[in-house]
Design a protein around this ligand. Structure first.
Ligand code: SF4
Ligand code: SF4
Length: 343
């Protein structure tokens, strides 16, 4: 992988010059909420490391879209969500989140909607410093080695720029003069010191490595009942999590014909009461405790058994979002200590 240097003075011109590769997207504040959205000017970009409310998954696994139109003769796929995009300002944990979604959506057969959005999107990663609830050091997702076209590490006086794909290299070639191949020993030392300083800034951690075993051993623990009584089944934890990917589909009939219509796909949540409701009215996870156990077992144990690593990238969003303080920190602490938390 090539690593280059760039002076901060060039950043604006370089990023805005990427328009030729696709519509620019990035973290942008709208009505006070930070979200990934189309970028019209450099000043809109928020590159200070703050988490967006919803993760990057919403650009690859949209909250709601039309999959196809149908009538009595057949169906026609709707790929109007595809657009050439360059997504700027993506943090390492978000890139890990997308790599986990790849495991789910790009297997055989690949999901054509996710695959199309992935194929049409370039990712320009940016380093960040740990926020209050960042857990990515615990989950090993604070650094990233793949899943990006370019990755910028902000070392104040210069950027180190990792080139992760040939498409990323094409972007570099557009403004070759902005980049310097001469990464010196002094530069490497500055990078190492930045890494060490950043590592010291993490305020929170959890026992991530041992969680698969602990979850398995805790299957009958009363800790699940304690959290189940508190849970509101609001589903916010699943919406904000970069790796949650459940969805539902609904056919919407055209009222005029009743034989034609469209199929919609929208986010679903295993925390919702009717998620495990099946024909005949039986609900496999009627109890909130059972739904919580499913979420944490899937995320911290089952995903790891199937794909080699757990489905938590340590973004900290569940810590910030759950209105009743149920999150990877509180659950892992309770399970590890084998104690029902005090009120
Ligand atoms: S479980 Fe929580 S910390 Fe882990 S990726 Fe999901 S929202 Fe982020
Ligand atoms: S754990 Fe928290 S965020 Fe998740 S459904 Fe329950 S109350 Fe909502």
């Amino acid at each position: 992988m090539r690593i280059l240097k760039m002076k901060p003075d060039f950043l604006k011109e370089f990023l805005m010059g990427l328009e030729g590769f696709g519509a620019l997207y990035g973290p942008k504040r709208q009505s006070g909420i930070l979200k990934y959205a189309p970028i019209e000017s450099y000043d809109e970009l928020v590159l200070d490391g703050e988490n967006t409310l919803l993760p990057l998954k919403r650009l690859f696994h949209p909250m709601r879209f039309d999959m196809f139109r149908f009538d009595s003769r057949g169906f026609e796929a709707d790929y109007s969500i595809f657009e050439k995009r360059v997504i700027i300002g993506v943090h390492p944990c978000e890139i890990h989140g997308i790599l986990k979604l790849d495991e789910v959506f790009l297997v055989h057969p690949p999901d054509p909607y996710y695959a199309g959005l992935r194929k049409n999107s370039a990712i320009i990663g940016f380093s960040c410093l740990p926020a209050e609830n960042a857990l990515c050091r615990s989950t090993g997702t604070d650094i990233v080695a793949e899943g990006f076209d370019l990755f910028f590490v902000d070392l104040t006086d210069f950027y180190l720029v990792w080139v992760g794909s040939s498409f990323g290299y094409d972007m570099i070639l557009e403004k070759e003069d902005f980049f310097d191949e001469n990464v010196t020993h002094e530069d490497i030392q500055i990078y190492i010191e930045w890494r060490e300083k950043r590592n010291r800034m993490f305020k929170k951690s959890f026992n991530f490595r041992d969680m698969p075993d602990i979850i398995e051993l805790s299957y009958k623990s009363e800790i699940w009942d304690y959290f189940g009584k508190k849970c509101l089944s609001c589903g916010q934890c699943t919406m904000v999590c970069p790796t949650c990917n459940c969805y539902n589909v609904t056919d919407v009939l055209d009222l005029a014909t009743e034989t034609s219509g469209r199929r919609e796909r929208m986010w679903d949540s295993c925390m919702f009461a009717d998620y495990s409701l099946v024909a005949g009215g039986h609900n496999f996870r009627h109890a909130r405790a059972d739904r919580l156990k499913l979420w944490y077992t899937h995320k911290l144990k089952a995903f790891a058994h199937k794909y080699g690593s757990p489905a938590c990238v340590g973004c900290g969003r569940c810590v910030e979002t759950c209105p009743v303080d149920i999150n990877v920190l509180t659950v892992s602490e309770a399970l590890t200590s084998c104690e029902v938390p005090e009120e």
